[in-house]
Design a protein around this ligand. Structure first.
Ligand code: 4AD
Ligand code: MG
Length: 465
């Protein structure tokens, strides 16, 4: 007898004889002649009711089937007598595999998210986290589907790297040097040549630069992997380890890039609605009442587009007092991004053409602008509730202007020799972006803290489990 998943039991079109179910007890209720057990195996949100008759030879086992225990049930799938469910199971054999005593922390509903973070090894067994991680799995699949169907190749870019892709310096060092007694050069500096890789290495902040290598060979590529930022940001939207999807497209400009980003985000929302309906319904009931309305709204209309310069004007005319006053040349802060998406456009908005000085060295310089108002072909997609979920740009494909950008950001050309080679040999206009997978999950589930959409959160000061 092979195992039947609870999900498949719910979806059965006929009663079934001799089924085998395995899972964990959510609740148990003992009546005189029966016990009712709600069994959940994680395959879907909804548990399955199991009825164990007190006359069953195995009935003594039921006393051990407390909340959290793992059990195995053989029996029949029959039409449910009670309301609220189509099917229930009448047990013929009932076995407790692993008991869970009264110290099991998930006894009752209504734990705070903060408490559940402390028991990240058990929280996937709760309704909320079961739903979050099913959606996460489904959307990871949908990411591949979206790109594979569009002739993009999946490239595995390195996790350990010697180059700083964003040129921002927020990188975790990777070393096997003895920190208490590192080897020194003659002038007393740490001798990185003696480190494991013969040079200074880090955890990657982005696979983009290596992605560009492959885009300028295979035309359309994407990466999807963990990235690391050693920023000391204590917000609900920043993690030190997060997953990023980075498509890179040869022969593509900023417009094409914005179109791709919009189609991608909409594809993920549509996919979640189609394949995770019960989980999304749960979120819209218990996490964010506006969720379904917001997702539908986003699917139905085109995203807004507005240049950075226009955005600055909108912010200046908003009549708001900002915590961080903003004028042309400043980085947009979270409060500005959220105002644009939530209050002004009331819709996802792509802000493009940012000042060159505040964006990464590899972004393409826009032609014909004054030195004071020089912009690059950058784009950030801002969504209500979160702010930036995508950052991207058209890349600088002109060797001399790329070198200029590197000088502006005080980067050493020698370290990027291979990146410059891409502009020396068969250079093409190309563009790409990065979607923060966790931020996308926050948007799709309504879950407000990034720590609750990643299985094991790494944030400043925490790396448990
Ligand atoms: O805007 P970012 O830094 O862009 C890049 O890394 C580019 N190399 C991407 C590219 O063009 N290929 O990051 C991209 C996205 C952000 O929009 C955000 O969604 C997410 O990655 N992100 C983070 N998510 C969680 N925690 C953090 N600390 C994040 N930093 C960026
Ligand atoms: Mg960004």
């Amino acid at each position: 007898m092979s195992r039947l998943l609870v999900k498949d039991a719910h979806n059965s079109t006929t009663p079934l004889d001799s089924i085998l179910l395995q899972g964990w007890v959510r609740t148990r209720r003992d009546a005189k002649a029966f016990s009712f057990i709600e069994l959940n195996d994680g395959s879907c949100l909804k548990g399955l009711q199991v009825i164990v008759d007190a006359t069953l030879p195995d009935y003594a086992q039921v006393a051990k089937a407390s909340t959290g225990a793992s059990v195995e049930v053989r029996g029949k799938l029959v039409a449910s007598q009670g309301g609220g469910q189509k099917w229930e199971v009448v047990a013929e054999k009932f076995l407790v595999l692993g008991e869970a005593d009264a110290t099991y922390p998930l006894q009752k509903k209504g734990h705070t998210l903060e408490f559940l973070r402390e028991i990240a090894h058990l929280r996937p067994r709760s309704n909320l986290f079961g739903a979050v991680f099913r959606v996460r799995s489904r959307l990871a699949y949908a990411v591949h589907q979206f790109f594979q169907e569009r002739n993009f190749f999946y490239v595995h870019t390195p996790i350990v790297t010697a180059s700083d892709a964003e040129g921002a310096g927020d990188m975790f060092r990777v070393t096997t040097l003895d920190l208490a007694n590192p080897p020194k050069t003659e002038d007393g500096q740490i001798d990185n040549a003696q480190d494991f890789f013969g040079k200074k290495t880090f955890l990657t902040v982005s696979g983009q630069l290596e992605g560009e290598i492959f885009a300028t060979a295979l035309s359309n590529i994407y990466t999807f992997g963990p990235t690391f930022r050693a920023e000391n940001s204590h917000t609900s939207r920043h993690a030190s380890e997060f997953w990023m999807i980075e498509p890179e497209v040869a022969f593509c400009d900023l417009q094409g890039n914005m179109d791709l980003a919009e189609a991608f985000v909409k594809h993920l929302i549509r996919d979640a609605k189609e394949h995770c309906a019960a989980d999304l319904e749960f979120f819209s009931k218990f996490v964010d009442k506006e969720l379904m309305t917001r997702l539908d709204f986003v699917l139905e209309r085109p995203f807004q587009r507005c240049s950075y310069t226009e955005a600055i004007e909108i912010l200046a005319q908003s009549g708001k007092t900002w915590e961080h006053p903003v004028s042309w040349g400043d980085n947009l802060q979270s409060e500005h991004e959220r105002y644009l998406a939530e209050e002004h456009f009331k819709c996802p908005v792509t802000v493009y053409n940012y000042p060159r000085a505040i964006k990464a060295f590899y972004m393409r310089k826009n032609d014909g602008e004054s030195a004071e108002r020089q912009t690059v072909a950058a784009m950030d997609l801002l969504v209500p509730g979160i702010g930036e979920i995508i950052g991207g740009s058209q890349r600088e494909e002109r060797l001399d202007l790329l070198k200029e950008g590197m000088a502006l950001h005080h980067l050493d050309e020698k370290a990027y020799w291979w990146y410059l080679d891409l502009r020396r040999y068969g250079s093409v206009p190309h563009a790409g972006f990065g979607l923060g997978f966790e931020r996308m999950l926050m948007f799709v589930t309504g879950v407000a803290n990034i720590r609750d959409v990643i299985p094991f959160a790494r944030t400043p000061g925490t790396a448990d489990f």
